[in-house]
Ligand binder design. Structure first.
Ligand code: CP3
Length: 338
């Protein structure tokens, strides 16, 4: 097996650095768009054969060193009873947002195996199809980021409902975060039992909070998930827009810290010490530039980042990215030894 990714997660410095791309199973691939053209996004998530097929596409097409299971962070919220749809051009929509303690009563504790078993089945199919070629990453959202969608009712600019609630009734919001954490623990454990070899926790909206408020509001429910999964597989914490959270993040007992492009990784390394593997962090828009620029930037990232490092973008690859550019990125990392 190509175990570069898992070795880096465990803290080994590998002579060739592993690389994968957030949102690698997605719309920039014509092969993905072909499968997607016959189905809604949620149908694809809920049909293990389709989810498995698009999970494998970037492994075959780009030659990345890990697969990430095709699914979505919002699926457990749907299982908790929040009606979810994805609208073209608008993204996820929760028709009935949760904005108070009374609203929380509308949510239920799901039978995770029964209601999210389609994800576990997809993971099993991916593991079987990969025959250990590369490891499979499972994932979920952090309670804070999942609440950001559930409370706002979708993607938001100001997050006024979420942040307003955090000031007016922090204990009420904490109750919501705890109930999301409980379901997340079962959901992520189910992915591990099905064969996921690492878990990434996406905190896309973690950067909304100051470090002090991140510790108070977000960290406790997140720490609960990390404690519950500790020792089973490597855990990756990804935060978007969180340069001010880098020191606070080190309080979380994960193996890998993944950050966006706003802080150079050599600086992140200095600020977090040698205990963590780092993941990231090229600007996704770099892949819209020329392949010359992509090669230079990728090579500089690989060479300048000390210690264990999983090369990736700082956020998801954009749908408009030419596949050849994604390939140039992966090929350059593979050709650059440290
Ligand atoms: O990375 C992968 O290739 C695996 C699959 C994956 C998806 N979503 C598939 C997807 C992963 C890891 C995610 C995570 C996810 N989902 C996050 C965290 C990462 C981040 O981007 O910050 C978030 C916030 C979501 C919620 C979500 N799902 C949004 C906001 C949207 C709409 C925005 C968009 O990009 O269209 C989605 C839809 C979605 N999830 C798509 C894919 C491939 C596009 C759906 C389509 O085919 O139309």
């Amino acid at each position: 097996m190509n175990d570069l990714f898992l070795r880096a997660c465990r803290g080994e410095t590998t002579t060739r650095k592993p690389v994968w791309i957030m949102r690698q199973a997605g719309r920039y691939l014509p092969e993905y768009r072909r499968v997607r053209s016959g189905h809604t996004f949620l149908e694809m998530c809920k049909t293990p054969e389709l989810a498995a097929e698009v999970t494998l596409q970037p492994v075959d097409i780009l030659g990345v060193d890990a697969a990430i299971q095709f699914a979505d962070i919002l699926l457990p919220l749907e299982a908790m009873g929040a009606e979810l749809r994805f609208e073209e051009g608008r993204g996820p929509v929760f028709a009935q947002p949760i904005r108070s303690t009374d609203d929380i009563a509308r949510l239920r504790r799901p039978d995770v195996d029964q209601q999210l078993g389609y994800v576990f089945e997809a993971v099993r199919q991916v593991r079987q199809a990969l025959t250990d070629r590369v490891p499979v990453i499972g994932f979920g959202g952090t309670p804070w980021t999942l609440a950001a969608y559930l409370v706002e009712g979708g993607t938001s600019k100001s997050h006024g409902h979420l942040l307003g609630w955090s000031w007016s009734d922090p204990d009420g919001l904490r109750t919501l975060l705890e109930s999301i954490a409980e379901v997340s623990i079962e959901y992520l454990a189910g992915q591990i039992e099905a064969g996921a070899q690492a878990i990434q926790l996406f905190d896309s909206w973690g950067g909304l909070l100051s470090a002090a408020r991140w510790r108070e509001l977000s960290l406790p429910s997140l720490q609960r998930i990390v404690d519950a999964l500790q020792g089973r597989v490597p855990l990756i914490y990804y935060v978007n827009g969180g340069p001010h959270l880098i020191e606070a993040m080190t309080e979380l007992q994960v193996q890998v810290l993944s950050v966006d492009w706003r802080v150079p990784l050599p600086e992140v390394r200095q600020r977090v010490g040698s205990r963590f593997c780092l993941q990231g962090n090229l600007d996704p828009t770099l892949l819209l530039g020329s392949t010359d620029v992509i090669r230079k930037q990728a090579e500089a990232l690989v060479r300048s980042t000390p210690g264990p490092h999983i090369v990736n973008l700082g956020h998801g690859i954009l749908p408009m990215t030419p596949v050849e550019h994604a390939k140039a990125f992966v090929d350059t990392v593979h050709a650059t030894s440290t």
